[in-house]
Design a protein around this ligand. Structure first.
Ligand SMILES: Nc1nc2c(ncn2[C@@H]2O[C@H](COP(=O)(O)OP(=O)(O)OP(=O)(O)O)[C@@H](O)[C@H]2O)c(=O)[nH]1
Ligand SMILES: [Mg+2]
Length: 357
């Protein structure tokens, strides 16, 4: 899974990127390239399973984050970066913190305005892609009338109408067939959007209240949109402490959990992702897939050979395995099931794939 981090200039994108990925990139204002880094998804279930199968090492699922330069009102080069087009979702960082030393490009703190502004830029970037493609498509269709291309033209026309009416593509009611035709364009306003409010330290102890106070609660519940809040500088300092000290600092500041846990949980819910586990020779590993992915496709996430030569999946819910203590005990209790290709994988399943290539 891959997430793009975008926002206006000086909203705290790079600070948040460092917090999530542990990459210490200097927060240099005005740098024009994208940073790419990987976050390891914290999962207490993985730790429990790994201790059961010690000395095998726990290997967490990962999420890639791409941090791009600030979006500028009225046409942004950063929204054309190819790194952003291939992401599965976008995190829009909006600034809620005041600072005498860090200027705001719009010269005032107004998170709701900034989300609207970013959304407009996403739609304008998409409209440019739609118009360019539509032009080329017209001349192709003049040469030969291919039904596939006509369907693409119709889908693009629906996009154009939505965007011109100010509706982001994720709210345009596009059919599964339309989405199939549009897949290759990587439309930004079609991607799930996580709105992240970056608050000042004074609001750190009441993040939900800060979201309401900033008027961002009205974004919650829109199709494909979720909201969350962080105090990026403070939470980055905490993330650098020894794990044992982190809990005490969080409690002290009345923060409900670590920013990493909070944001990844929000991102998983937004994208409808769940985790399953595999027990390898040397490692116990977590993997992320969309909810109800079929067993054969889940096998392909682990290894293409496992998908190609899939025979069956042996599945145990992780709690059953931890309680019983071994696969043999699960088999005896009847909690280890044999499932076929079409089995919809559930959150927390421990799976052994049987395959033959
Ligand atoms: N007070 C305060 N300052 C912050 C917070 N988050 C970021 N900053 C400061 O704001 C400045 C910009 O932070 P960055 O993380 O570089 O912001 P950015 O969005 O990546 O900026 P550009 O990439 O230049 O657009 C830095 O000086 C940060 O220390 C915050 O929560 N509180
Ligand atoms: Mg930056």
């Amino acid at each position: 899974m891959e997430f793009g981090i975008l926002g206006l200039e000086l909203s705290g994108k790079t600070t948040l990127f460092s917090l999530l990925t542990g990459h210490q990139v200097a927060a240099v204002h005005g740098k024009r390239e994208a940073h790419v880094g990987v976050a390891h998804v914290p999962d207490a279930r993985l730790e429990r399973l790994a201790s059961l199968f010690a000395p095998r090492k726990p290997v967490a699922a990962t999420v890639r984050f791409v941090d791009v330069p600030g979006v500028v009102k009225g046409g942004s080069a950063s929204l054309n970066l190819p790194e952003l087009r291939t992401t599965d979702g976008l995190a829009a960082i909006v600034r809620g913190f005041a600072s005498a030393t860090v200027p705001h490009p719009e010269e005032s703190i107004d998170p709701a305005r900034d989300v609207d502004l970013l959304e407009t830029e996403l739609m304008l970037a998409d409209l440019t892609v739609v118009e360019n493609r539509a032009k080329r498509l017209e001349s192709e269709l003049k040469k030969h009338r291919v039904p596939e291309l006509e369907a693409e033209r119709a889908a693009l026309e629906r996009c154009r109408l939505a965007l011109e009416a100010g509706t982001p593509l994720r709210q345009a009611g596009l059919s599964a067939e339309d989405r199939q035709h549009l897949k290759g364009f990587g439309f930004l306003s079609l991607k799930p959007l996580l709105v992240v409010l970056n608050v000042g330290e004074e609001s750190a102890s009441d993040l939900p209240g800060a979201l309401v106070g900033a008027g961002l609660d009205r974004w919650q519940g829109r199709p494909g949109v979720a909201t969350s809040a962080v105090c990026a500088t403070l939470e980055q300092e905490i993330s650098l402490l020894a794990p044992a000290d982190q809990a005490a600092f969080l409690a002290d500041l009345e923060l409900p959990d670590r920013a990493l846990d909070r944001l990844l949980r929000a991102a998983y819910a937004l994208l409808g992702l769940v985790s399953f586990f595999t027990i390898g020779d040397n490692e116990v590993r977590a993997w992320s897939i969309p909810e109800a992915t079929h067993a054969v496709k889940a096998a392909g996430v682990v290894h293409t050979d496992m998908e190609r030569g899939f025979i069956r999946a042996e599945v145990t819910p992780w709690q059953e395995l931890v309680e019983a203590g071994s696969f043999a005990a699960c088999r005896a209790h009847g909690t280890l099931r044999l499932e076929g290709k079409d089995y919809p994988v559930r959150d927390g399943d421990v799976i052994t794939f049987r395959f033959n290539v």
